[in-house]
Design a protein around this ligand. Structure first.
Ligand code: COA
Ligand code: MG
Length: 289
């Protein structure tokens, strides 16, 4: 699975921002046809994204295209405009049911067959960001084409009529529901956008809290957000060293017949080992070990 510590959006009709994104060292570039694009620019966004996929070298950056929601009336034209040029994946916002993913899956599968691309090589990432989406998380997250779930804070607030606050308490239930469903199905979980892109301190705090909740990455909207977010979702050296010590000591203690033992005055047992392995997996995905 591609590392997606930071998923950077830009309006799909903005060629300059697409080319700029290639210079930023960001894990994942998501060219948008949905809400970042004015209604009268949708056709231009489709054509510009197709051209970018055809002509630009994305190198190690993942290239994704976000279509309009299934049921918007725009989704079919969106996906058909970009799919022939082989994006790494399609992002579908405001996902509310398994049938909606199945719709995209069938179109993508047909393209894979037609072009001789490996089956299931084009991945799907969905935004679960409406009240209905949260209620149907279990069925949505079960689709085998999926790599990741995105939680959209602004859309969720709009869906339930919540007032957004800086510490985002009003999002907590849905934000944790998404991270839980993602973990249950082995998917990445990608957290809310920090809208105030000038406030890097707020961004760091929000990223750290997202990582504490179990999120593996975060959506971003501005170049200044790349470095702080990718750092926040990469385990630091201290966390890696501690995780390694747990893995090593755990094996030794198991052989001695001990399920629980003390390390630096704190109890260690199975859940600590599992969490330590997750830290090492994330460090590995980020190329740090
Ligand atoms: N991706 C790539 N490059 C971006 C970028 C993005 N998302 N946002 C800004 N840039 C570039 C600008 O083009 C500018 O480049 P330059 O210095 O080479 O001229 C530089 O970064 C600085 O941009 P800045 O002037 O600070 O921002 P802005 O006022 O031009 O734009 C936003 C602010 C919010 C409109 C812009 O960041 C943006 O479009 N973000 C993405 C919005 C989006 O896609 N929303 C939908 C998903 S939530
Ligand atoms: Mg949205």
């Amino acid at each position: 699975m591609h590392s997606r510590r930071a998923l950077l959006y830009m309006p799909g009709d903005d060629w300059k921002k697409i080319t700029k994104a290639l210079t930023l060292g960001v894990d994942c570039i998501c060219m948008d046809m949905e809400d970042g694009v004015a209604v009268n620019k949708k056709a231009e966004a489709r054509a510009t994204i197709a051209k970018a996929l055809r002509e630009l070298d994305f190198g190690k950056n993942e290239k994704l295209a976000r279509i309009n929601a299934v049921g918007s009336g725009m989704e079919k034209e969106d996906i058909e405009a970009v799919l022939p040029y082989r994006p790494d994946g399609i992002v579908i916002p405001k996902m509310e049911s398994l049938e909606q993913i199945q719709w995209a899956h069938e179109i993508i599968e047909a393209a894979e067959l037609k072009n001789g691309w490996p089956m299931n090589s084009i991945r799907v990432v969905v935004g679960v960001e409406t009240a209905k989406g949260i209620l149907n998380l279990k069925e949505i997250a079960s689709h085998p084409r999926l790599d990741a779930l995105i939680f959209g804070g602004e859309d969720f607030a709009a869906s339930v009529g919540a007032t957004r606050t800086r510490d985002a308490v009003e999002l907590l239930y849905a934000r944790q529901a998404v991270v839980t469903a993602a973990a249950a199905f082995g998917l990445q979980a990608i957290d809310i956008v920090t809208i105030d892109f000038k406030d890097i301190e707020a961004l760091r705090k929000e990223s750290e809290f997202g990582a504490q909740l179990g999120y593996t990455g975060k959506q971003i909207i501005h170049p200044a957000q790349v470095e702080p977010v990718q750092a926040a979702f990469t385990p630091n050296n201290e966390a890696i060293a501690h995780a390694k010590r747990i893995v090593e000591t755990f094996e030794a203690r198991q052989k001695e017949g001990k399920g629980a033992y003390a390390l630096d005055g704190k109890m260690i047992d199975m859940p600590f080992l599992k969490n330590a392995q997750k830290v090492l997996d994330r460090a590995k995905a980020a190329g740090k070990i």
